[in-house]
Design a protein around this ligand. Structure first.
Ligand SMILES: O=C(CO)COP(=O)(O)O
Length: 258
């Protein structure tokens, strides 16, 4: 049985400017320094404009905190106004990039095809994608959350080879639970995260599926994280609102201490 190191990643969305980012990462580093937290990987996904400041801090102080971007262009360079490329992110030593967050799908028309191209772009430049999938309320009410989410997974991974996929992170984020305070029950999270692992085993191999980290996201807080993490197929969380509060985020990272 493979042991998967939990990954707690804070998706800051469009919050915190570069000065606030520095203060926030310093707080996290300070709060996490008194104990050896190798058992949990910690990452932040700040807005693009903060990345250079975060990199300087993490590099300069040799912090264990990892960081990444919230999006990546499918293209490596060229006339794509406003876009940020894989080479730019890898130059900033980003470990991760979120791909296909539901807010990108909803407000920026990102299809599975676009997400697939972005997953490939991330791998071209040595960045680990956090591929976000998850159903909306209508789909959940119709009881089709598993098939809907698996079809997003299939689309996002189309043509991506096993040697890349074994390092991917999948974030299951039911849209109805994002920023609503409505958290999926641990059983709801396990149902879909388990199905995602099952599909990875079908598409690739059981061995690969056992290596992939699957996160839950949607109204995660210090008070509900332990029950979610107790599920066998949940290997971490993608945290929005609660990640903006350094103390609360640290409590989530230390879910085992509760
Ligand atoms: O979208 C999310 C993380 O990517 C979840 O956001 P909240 O934690 O604010 O519900």
């Amino acid at each position: 049985m493979t042991t998967r190191t939990p990954l707690m990643a804070g998706n800051w969305k469009m919050n915190l400017n570069h000065l606030e980012a520095i203060a926030h990462v310093q707080k996290l580093a300070f709060a996490l320094a008194d104990k050896d937290y190798d058992a949990v990987e910690v990452a932040v996904l700040p807005p693009f404009v903060d990345l250079r400041s975060v990199q300087t801090l993490v590099d300069g102080d040799k912090l264990k905190i990892k960081y990444g971007a919230q999006d990546i262009s499918a293209h490596d360079s060229g006339a794509y106004t406003g876009e940020i490329s894989g080479p730019m992110l890898s130059k900033l030593k980003c470990t991760f990039v979120a791909v296909g967050h539901s807010e990108r799908r909803q407000y920026h028309g990102e299809t599975d095809e676009i997400c697939n191209a972005k997953v490939k772009a991330a791998y071209r430049h040595g960045i680990t994608p956090i591929l976000c999938v998850g159903e909306g309320l209508d789909v959940r009410k119709a009881g089709e959350q598993v098939s809907y989410t698996l079809s997003q997974l299939d689309g996002g991974l189309e043509g991506v080879p096993a040697e890349q996929v074994e390092s991917i992170v999948i974030a299951y984020e039911p849209v109805w639970a994002i920023g609503t305070g409505e958290v999926a029950t641990p059983d709801d999270a396990q149902e879909v995260c388990g199905a995602i692992r099952g599909r990875l085993a079908e598409l690739y191999s059981q061995e690969l599926a056992d290596k992939v980290r699957i996160q839950y996201g949607g109204s995660v807080k210090s008070g509900n994280i332990a029950a979610i993490m107790a599920q066998p197929d949940v290997d971490g969380a993608l945290i929005g609102g609660a990640a903006l509060d350094a103390e609360e985020f640290v409590k989530i990272v230390r879910f085992r201490d509760q």
